[in-house]
Design a protein around this ligand. Structure first.
Ligand SMILES: NC(=O)c1ccc[n+]([C@@H]2O[C@H](COP(=O)([O-])OP(=O)(O)OC[C@H]3O[C@@H](n4cnc5c(N)ncnc54)[C@H](O)[C@@H]3O)[C@@H](O)[C@H]2O)c1
Length: 251
């Protein structure tokens, strides 16, 4: 039984993890959330990591990038692995994550679903085959409460497309104005926000008289919760280092 410390426990994903964990030989032994004071008091819910007095094997984080430094310092001080599912990190924050992975095991993925992981491989292969004459544009759609844009998944798909093309492409986030004619080395990223959409990602390859589109639709947050719990079990006994969905699926 893997015991999870859940950071961001009162959020949409935190609640999904709490509901899903018990059915898959995991348990959430404690939750942490900055909103803990405003929720009904529970003896397993804490307002900060430093208050946690429960035993746990692995930290699963679905919170906000602002808490990253405290989270990494806490995980390193307790020598515990961490599954980072939060998105929206800056390049500097990603460097600090890699630094911490010199001391503890860190699993990070902007999307914990199997489907998106497969989509990344398909996008890489399509970008390689189709080449420079196909313009690549990514459209992502999410609910109206999402804070970061582009989404972590759109960034994964962008990186897969660039790796497939094998050359530098510069990201253009949306377009507007009178001088935005596309060049061959752009990769367009477009964020749609509305309603309750869990997540739709479409990568389009626009060629001369044909368009290829690859799409993933998340119909429930359950797919992310299941992936995060699998990652927690996978990383619980791993040595220090960076891990991602490819490592999990390879095992
Ligand atoms: N990797 C994936 O597969 C995946 C899937 C879904 C969401 N996400 C990402 O996970 C994050 C959370 O998503 P959500 O929809 O649950 O958001 P949410 O806003 O519903 O929940 C976030 C929770 O974190 C809490 N929080 C904020 N700062 C905190 C801190 N410093 N310490 C502890 N708790 C803190 C908030 O109070 C809130 O309850 C977002 O970055 C989202 O993009 C990733």
């Amino acid at each position: 039984m893997v015991k999870i410390l859940l950071n961001g426990a009162l959020g949409r994903m935190g609640k999904m993890i709490t509901d899903a964990a018990d059915n898959v030989s995991c348990s959430v032994s404690a939750g942490v959330d900055v909103r803990a004071g405003s929720a009904e008091p529970r003896d397993d819910l804490f307002r900060s990591l430093s208050e946690v007095d429960r035993d746990f094997d692995v930290i699963v984080d679905f919170s906000r990038p602002e808490g990253l430094d405290d989270l990494l310092a806490f995980a390193v001080s307790r020598s515990k692995p961490v599954v980072l599912c939060t998105t929206g990190y800056t390049d500097e924050e990603i460097s600090r994550i890699h630094e911490a992975a010199g001391k503890i095991a860190v699993f990070r993925s902007g999307n914990m679903s199997l489907g998106v992981n497969v989509l990344c491989h398909l996008v890489k292969a399509a970008a390689k085959k189709l080449g420079v004459n196909y313009d690549i544009e990514i459209i992502e759609r999410h609910h109206n409460q999402k804070k970061d844009a582009p989404s972590g998944t759109a960034i994964m798909l962008r990186d897969a497309a660039i790796a497939g093309r094998g050359e530098e492409l510069h990201e253009v986030d949306g377009r507007g104005g009178r001088d935005c004619k596309r060049d061959k080395y752009e990769i367009g990223m477009h964020a749609v926000r509305g309603g309750t959409v869990v997540g739709i990602h479409e990568v389009g390859f626009y060629g001369d008289s044909e368009v290829v589109t690859l799409t993933h639709t998340a119909e429930s947050r359950g797919v992310f919760a299941a992936g995060a719990i699998s990652a927690a079990k996978f990383i619980a006994d791993k040595p220090a280092g960076m891990y991602d969905m490819d490592d999990l699926l390879a095992e």
